[in-house]
Design a protein around this ligand. Structure first.
Ligand SMILES: [Zn+2]
Ligand SMILES: [Zn+2]
Ligand SMILES: [Zn+2]
Length: 238
């Protein structure tokens, strides 16, 4: 956290150096990211991503959309539009925050995107089938996404039983856990553990972690087998 001198923010462990939450999902032919964070450019450079076909958005908060402008580098090299999948609520924010991308008269060099409106119904991106999972962030509807054996949920503090059915059967769940103390719009660590246990998910990674949670080493050592903190650069293969 900017200007914080706490022991987590000053930890020398690389696993305590966290950018904003996002994942890259790749198949043999298709690459997509979930959310374009304010760190999107840094994340794409760091992971040496050379190809991007699509962006899926979870919700309109700034820490999940602010990096959209930087997809223009992929437009430039791939000479094609980037498919963007977002619900109506997120699209309203994108049109407000990035009005120039949606303008009738576009100036050169700006991002070229093709908008697809999604709800909580399944869709396919290239050869990747996607099942959205509707979750709640206090009052705000947020979309999690299931990709085969993997489900990614961020910025939730409530998942209704009907939507839990879509997650059950996942081999791996990545889910938000902000800190140990309660929070009005994010699961805390215990709530995230409980929901994963309830759905009997074998492999669980916690993400969207605040410096208030503690260091990777200290918190990870307290977790049960199959439950771990995610960290920047973590790669999973299915
Ligand atoms: Zn701190
Ligand atoms: Zn949020
Ligand atoms: Zn967030």
């Amino acid at each position: 956290m900017i200007a914080c001198g706490c022991y987590v923010c000053s930890s020398p462990d690389e696993k305590d150096k966290r950018l904003r939450s996002s994942i890259l999902v790749e198949s043999a032919t298709t690459s997509l990211v979930v959310d374009t964070t304010p760190d999107f450019r840094t994340q794409m450079l760091r992971a040496n991503v050379k190809k991007l076909d699509a962006v899926l958005f979870t919700h309109p908060h700034k820490d999940h959309i602010a990096g959209l402008d930087d997809v223009k580098a992929f437009n430039y090299f791939q000479k094609k539009s980037i498919d963007v999948y977002a619900n109506e609520l997120t699209q309203q924010a994108l049109k407000r925050e990035f009005n120039y991308i949606f303008a009738d008269k576009k100036y050169p060099g700006i991002p070229d995107i093709t908008m697809h409106t999604i709800t909580n119904k399944s869709f396919i991106v290239g050869d990747i089938p996607v099942t959205p999972v509707l979750v709640y962030h206090m009052q705000m509807p947020v979309l999690g996404f299931r990709f085969g054996k993997l489900t990614y949920i961020t910025d939730a503090n409530r998942i209704d039983d009907e939507e839990k059915q879509k997650i059950i059967g996942s081999e791996t769940l990545i889910i938000n856990a902000l800190r140990k103390d309660a929070h009005m719009s994010h699961f805390n660590l215990q709530e995230a553990i409980d929901i994963a246990d309830e759905m009997k998910i074998p492999h669980v990674y916690f993400t969207h972690i605040s410096h208030q949670l503690g260091t990777y080493e200290e918190i990870n050592s307290e977790l049960q087998p199959g439950r771990q903190l995610a960290y920047d650069g973590l790669q999973l293969h299915f």
